[in-house]
Ligand binder design. Structure first.
Ligand code: HEM
Length: 408
């Protein structure tokens, strides 16, 4: 089993962050593989999709029979619905969806369209006169952060405070089997707690004073299911703030990187901007922000592709590998913004499939359409760029670009 262990260590090894795809090809060849800590890795499309829809696979780490610090410390920090199973997951997801989307608030995300366009325009206008930019700091990070702050009702000025917590929480979810793992998890739990208290207090301050944001809706308009308890509200708000800004930044940045690496695709989109929605789906398949889901657990012995995954062990689903599986996608390593039949795993699948997908899609479509139209002669200054540490949420930390100018 040493070979399999080596594979997961190599996938999580920062040295391979810029190009993990050859390792994913090895994983698909190896099939369902056991690591020497007892957990299992799955990297093929049909098996991952099957497990995402399989009620015998839990998202709740308390079902693990192996020691798990995150599960054992749950009494200290409330867990959000991404880490719960139905029916509790469904109840909490429905409460969270009430002000965010259909059926109760069907126009909520579409109503953000003009605001997202405005923020995008202002961020690009601010690049005027610059011949060098960092796409992450100057654009791809501030856009989704501003959008999720407006939606949730979090003051944008507090960004330095919650940015530091966010980085620590994300590091806490990094499953890399190295010597700092436990320390990272402890720091992540403490940051989650602090962030939850901050967001809980913000929501509480809106009680009885309804405003047009999610935190206000959570305390003032609980709906027929009875609303959240305070700890549930805190955990949900933390999840939304994290998910709302640590994923879309990577999709936008991966998008620009990929288009600059594929000049023919960039030219195509310049001429036919109506292809952008299909290009964004292709990016979610080809360079997705979420590479793997580390928190699934088998509730019983489960047979997958001829291998029995025993009850109680972690099952790591490598979504980014599944989305490059040649048994599902024709020429999977080719970036084709016109690809049809593109049911990628970028937003997961099944009951936990991404709650924010409609928002992430319109943000990225607007952002990339405007960047493609307005940046004149963009050129990559560093390829590969420096990547973020996390093997779970993968994307460039910085993307230095040279510009010839800016179009109106
Ligand atoms: C490009 C951007 C995004 C990507 C690639 C992405 C990806 C994902 C994936 C793969 C999952 C499945 C997790 C699992 O099965 O365990 C997920 C779940 C989730 N996402 Fe996103 N996401 C993005 C943006 C957002 C945004 C903007 C929000 C919030 C506004 C959001 C909120 C959530 C929530 C709440 C869940 C948990 C759903 C559940 O457990 O029922 N995401 N996301």
């Amino acid at each position: 089993m040493a070979a399999a262990d080596t594979l997961f260590r190599r996938i999580t090894d920062y040295a391979n962050r810029a190009d993990p795809y050859p390792l994913y090809a090895e994983l698909r060849e190896a099939g369902v593989v056991r690591q020497d800590d007892g957990s299992y890795l799955v990297g093929t499309y049909h098996e991952i999709a099957g497990l995402l829809h399989d009620p015998r696979i839990s998202s709740d780490r308390r079902n693990r029979t192996v020691p798990d610090l995150l599960a054992s410390r749950e009494a200290d920090v409330q867990v959000s619905f991404i880490g719960r199973d139905d029916p509790e997951h469904e109840r909490l997801r429905n409460i969270a969806m009430r002000p965010f989307g259909p059926p109760h608030s069907p126009g909520r995300v579409d109503a953000m369209h003009d605001e997202i366009t405005d923020i995008t325009t202002r961020l690009i206008d601010a690049l005027r006169g610059r011949d060098r930019i960092d796409l992450v700091e100057d654009f791809a990070y501030p856009l989704p952060v501003t959008v999720i702050c407006r939606m949730l009702g979090v003051p944008r000025e507090d960004e330095p405070k919650f940015h530091a917590w966010t980085e620590t929480v994300i590091a806490g979810f990094d499953p890399s089997p190295d010597s700092n793992a436990e320390e990272r998890q402890r720091a992540g739990l403490a940051a989650r707690k602090a962030m939850g208290e901050y967001l809980g207090a913000l929501a509480e301050s809106r009680r009885g004073k309804p405003s047009d944001d999610l935190l206000s809706a959570f305390v003032n308009d609980p709906g027929p299911e009875g609303g959240f308890t305070r700890p549930e509200l805190m955990a949900t708000a933390v999840l939304l703030l994290l998910a709302g800004h640590e994923t879309t930044v990577n999709l936008i940045t991966n998008g620009v990187l990929t288009l600059l690496r594929h000049p023919e695709a960039l030219e195509l989109l310049r001429g036919e901007p109506e292809l952008m929605p299909s290009a964004v789906e292709e990016l979610l398949r080809y360079e997705p922000p979420v590479h793997l889901l580390p928190q699934r657990t088998a509730l019983t012995d489960v047979e997958v592709a001829g291998v029995t995954i025993p009850k109680g062990v972690p099952v790591i689903l490598v979504l980014a590998s599944g989305s490059r599986d040649p048994r599902r996608f024709h020429e999977p390593d080719r970036f084709d913004p016109t690809r049809k039949d593109n049911q990628h795993l970028g937003f997961g699948s099944g009951v936990h499939s991404c709650f924010g997908a409609p928002l992430a899609r319109i943000e990225t479509q607007i952002a990339l359409t405007e960047l493609v139209r307005r940046l004149d002669g963009p050129r990559l200054l560093q390829d590969p760029p420096p990547f973020r540490r996390s093997p779970v949420l993968r994307g460039p930390r910085h993307l230095p670009l040279e510009l010839a100018g800016l179009k109106d």
